[in-house]
Ligand binder design. Structure first.
Ligand SMILES: [Zn+2]
Length: 264
């Protein structure tokens, strides 16, 4: 038993790296949890349903969604919250933009950078991976506390127990992602923005604006889940030329020749 506890403690410390890509959740389960959390979170604010900003959010959202190639039930809501500089995309393609982030994104390409990043979290299924880590951590913590032996349960029961600990509580609307997930979302997000026809050089500029804002202590809410640093801007600056080259020939899936072309 002592050995088991030692093992559990060791796993807890290694969790973020060891389990970064482990995911107990199916895409359907993630989407269902995402939809629940979306209704909850977006219900807290009045919706903006017309006007230039609303049109921009719909336009950018549709283009980024198409660029991701994911057949989600996409939704793009603009929440009237001028004092909340934030944005997120939940599993299953549920996007929310708070009006408070628009002065920071400044233009359509800036919004595309934020949306590309958030959508990449969803398409890479970081939410399910993060919930899985949370589940394992919870189960290990309680196993440590109660002296329970997970190894005595069947794998199915283990997985059920782990899920039960987190469902509903950790869908991850506003929880921070790991640094690996952040970098991945930065890089895939910028590819989406390129495919959607936006200037990718707006992304490093956005990160520089964010970094400048975080200097005064508080900083935007988006920064609590997305620590801004000039390193992020630098990383993107180095990769954008390569991505521009690689994404040159990208075409939306529904325009593939097999769909539109005849076969005579
Ligand atoms: Zn992020």
């Amino acid at each position: 038993m002592r050995l088991l506890r030692l093992f559990a403690a060791l796993l807890l410390t290694l969790l973020p790296t060891a389990c970064g890509n482990l995911n107990f959740y199916s895409e359907e389960e993630e989407a269902s949890l995402g939809a629940q959390a979306y209704a909850e979170e977006t219900g807290k604010y009045p919706l903006v349903t017309r006007g230039n900003d609303y049109e921009m959010v719909q336009r950018v959202g549709r283009k980024i969604a198409e660029a991701s190639g994911k057949p989600y039930q996409w939704e793009f809501k603009l929440l009237k919250a001028d004092d909340v500089p934030n944005a997120f995309c939940l599993p299953g393609g549920k996007v929310a933009i708070y009006t408070g982030i628009l002065p920071i994104t400044q233009n359509e390409a800036g919004l595309a950078a934020v949306m590309g990043h958030e959508v990449a979290h969803a398409t890479e299924r970081h939410g399910g991976k993060r919930m899985t880590q949370g589940n394992i951590a919870n189960v290990l913590t309680s196993a440590l506390g109660a002296g329970l032996s997970l190894s005595e349960m069947s794998p199915d029961v283990q997985q059920g127990v782990m899920k039960a600990f987190a469902i509903g509580a950790q869908v991850g609307v506003l929880l921070p992602y790991s640094r690996d997930h952040e970098t991945e979302a930065d890089e895939i997000g910028i590819r989406y923005a390129i495919r959607a026809g936006y200037d990718p050089w707006e992304a490093p500029k956005l990160w520089e604006r964010m970094a400048a804002l975080s200097g005064d202590g508080g900083g935007p809410a988006w920064l609590s889940t997305h620590p801004a640093s000039l390193d992020r801007a630098e990383n993107l600056k180095q990769k954008i030329p390569l991505y521009l080259e690689q994404e040159k020939g990208w075409k939306p899936k529904q325009l593939a020749p097999s769909v539109t072309g005849g076969n005579r």
